[in-house]
Each structure stands twice: as structure tokens, then as C-alpha cells.
Design a protein around this ligand. Structure first.
Ligand SMILES: Nc1nc2c(ncn2[C@@H]2O[C@H](COP(=O)(O)OP(=O)(O)OP(=O)(O)O)[C@@H](O)[C@H]2O)c(=O)[nH]1
Ligand SMILES: [Mg+2]
Length: 296
């Protein structure tokens, strides 16, 4: 039976393990990720005549790690990209995980987004336009309630589709300052010409500019990109000088703006919102200094 690997990758506390348990049942192995005391859970289930190995990745807000858990998730995705990703967001706290969702969608890996905890969102009168969401992200987006299993048949079906067609998704375009946009585009063209990878070339260009471990992982898999990785660091320095901001902050700001646009477009709040929720959303939407740190 053919075997494929699917990673569950999402922000902390979005229901990754609940969904993982639902999909794999008792068929699980628990250990540690190599060299660190972070729990690694893998499990298996059958889907459309193939064996899916599901990997429960530690919670992450971004692929530019600031914690051990984020580093484990980033290293796994760049070192050994899975055949597909299941990303989860919490329907009641959509923006919290969207920075990662946007980055994952930009990777070009086959992916489906499960909007979890729909039971709570419905009870609070939050309405989500899944088609708009999906159109903006360029990947299928579906509602689920991992706790009860609602929506999981559809999730399996869409995952099977995504795996079968291995469609190269259309990664979302997030707007960048022109000088960065141009630099990424130029590097991406070189990536595409030199060494086509399973990852989107713009995403690879960004990782090469980021340098450090992210760039080393890519070069390890694609040694032909070694020279370009060196050039990318010079390009980054030039861009940072022009923008007078480091690349990490600029990119986080751009993801934040994209997430804000997405929430404004796809989420409708009830007219009479409990004050606490409306305040927390407003604070996120209106105040970059409160919302931005989640995207760094
Ligand atoms: N209401 C509701 N609660 C859910 C749902 N899915 C998960 N939860 C709850 O959300 C909490 C977090 O779920 P987990 O599955 O542990 O989330 P996680 O993403 O694995 O968390 P970390 O591994 O700590 O990042 C638990 O209390 C779950 O019972 C859901 O669909 N609806
Ligand atoms: Mg978990």
C-alpha cells in the first residue's frame, strides 16, 4: 500500500492533538524529537487505499522560530517536507494562528486548513465566509469540530484530493515593500532556473534571505543553491539598509497586514458582541503594537 506523510502544523492550543487522536485512533507512537525533550507523536490511518503517517508537530506561530517548539516544527518542514499539511486555526481566535497559516500557504506544499472549534464560534454568533478565506489563501479551508468529529469526513475527503492531485497550490501573494518584493522576485527566478524544489520559489528565496538554519536546511537538500544562498544574504543586507528595518520585522508586519485583511474580509461578528470579544478583535485589527508580536 502506498505511504504518504501528512503533518499537523498549527499555533499552540488550536486542537492539533485532539484532531490527531480523532484521525489516528489508537494507532499512535509517542517519543521525542531527536536531541530535544519535545514530545513527538506519530500515528497512522488509511485513506483512499494509502497509508497516511500523521505527524503532530509542536505548536508554532511562525516558521522563523523564537522557541524550541517552533524550531522543531520549522526544521521538520524544511528538512523533510511532508506530502501535505493540515493546518488548524481556532475559529474563535482566528488571527492568533493566521501568521503561520499564511506562511505555510506560501510554502506551496499541498495543504488544507481546518477551522476548528466551530461549536464555540457558532455559539458566539461568529460567521466565517470559508469561500473567501479559501480564495485568499489559495488552499481549501473547511470548518470542523475536532472534539466531536464534526466535519472530519469532509476533511479526510479533501485531504485525499489534495494528496491525489498534489496540486501545486497557488500560494497567496502578500504585499511587500517594493524594494523587498523586487529582491525576492529576482532571487525566486534564479531558484526556479537553477534548482526547482518542491517548495514555492518565492518561499525558498525568503528562507535563503533569512539565512541561518533555514537557509542551511534548504542548501542541504538542494546543494545547487549554495552560491545563491550566499548572494541572498548580501541582498538582505541591502534591503534592510534601504528599509531601515530588519527583514524579520518587515515580514512579520506584512503577514500581520495580510491576516488583518483576511479577517476583515472573511469574518462577520454578531451585531451585539460581548464587550470582551469585540475589544480583543478591535485591539488586534486596529493596533499593530498589540497584534504584531504574534507574527514575529
Ligand atoms: N470546544 C471545542 N474545544 C476543542 C475542540 N478541539 C479541541 N478542543 C479543546 O481545546 C483544547 C486544546 O486542544 P489540544 O488538542 O490539546 O490542542 P493542541 O493544539 O494539541 O495544543 P498544544 O499541543 O498544547 O499546542 C483542549 O481542551 C481540547 O479539548 C473543538 O472542536 N471544540
Ligand atoms: Mg498538542
Amino acid at each position: 500500500m502506498p505511504e504518504v506523510t501528512v503533518a499537523v502544523c498549527a499555533a499552540p492550543n488550536t486542537g492539533k492533538t485532539t484532531l490527531f487522536n480523532r484521525l489516528t485512533g489508537a494507532n499512535q507512537t509517542v517519543g521525542n524529537w531527536p536531541g530535544v525533550t519535545v514530545t513527538k507523536k506519530t500515528g497512522q490511518f488509511e485513506l483512499d487505499g494509502q497509508t497516511v503517517t500523521l505527524v503532530d508537530l509542536p505548536g508554532a506561530y511562525s516558521l522563523t522560530p523564537t522557541s524550541l517548539e517552533e524550531r522543531v516544527a520549522r526544521d521538520y518542514l524544511l528538512n523533510d517536507p511532508p506530502d501535505a499539511i493540515i493546518n488548524i486555526v481556532d475559529a474563535g481566535n482566528l488571527y492568533r494562528g493566521l501568521g503561520l497559516t499564511i506562511q505555510l500557504a506560501m510554502s506551496g506544499l499541498p495543504m488544507v486548513v481546518a477551522v476548528n472549534m466551530m461549536d464555540e464560534a457558532r455559539a458566539r454568533g461568529i460567521h466565517i465566509d470559508f469561500d473567501a478565506f479559501s480564495e485568499h489563501l489559495g488552499v481549501p479551508v473547511i470548518p470542523v469540530v475536532a472534539r466531536t468529529g464534526e466535519g472530519l469526513d469532509r476533511l479526510r475527503q479533501i485531504l485525499a484530493d489534495v494528496l491525489q492531485h498534489r496540486i501545486r497550490e497557488h500560494p497567496p501573494h502578500i504585499s511587500l515593500p517594493p524594494v523587498l518584493e523586487e529582491a525576492v522576485g529576482e532571487l525566486a527566478r534564479k531558484v526556479e532556473q537553477q534548482v526547482p524544489t518542491e517548495l514555492d520559489e518565492n518561499f525558498v528565496a525568503m528562507r535563503l534571505m533569512e539565512g541561518g538554519q533555514a537557509s542551511r536546511h534548504i542548501v542541504k537538500r538542494h546543494p545547487g543553491l549554495r552560491d545563491l544562498a550566499g548572494q541572498a544574504i548580501e541582498v538582505r543586507q541591502r534591503v534592510e539598509q534601504k528599509l531601515d528595518t530588519d527583514l524579520h520585522t518587515t515580514c512579520a508586519q506584512c503577514r500581520f497586514n495580510a491576516a488583518r485583511g483576511l479577517v476583515q474580509e472573511a469574518v462577520q461578528l454578531p451585531p451585539q458582541l460581548p464587550v470582551s470579544l469585540s475589544e480583543s478583535l478591535d485591539r488586534f485589527l486596529m493596533n499593530r503594537w498589540l497584534g504584531l508580536p504574534l507574527f514575529l
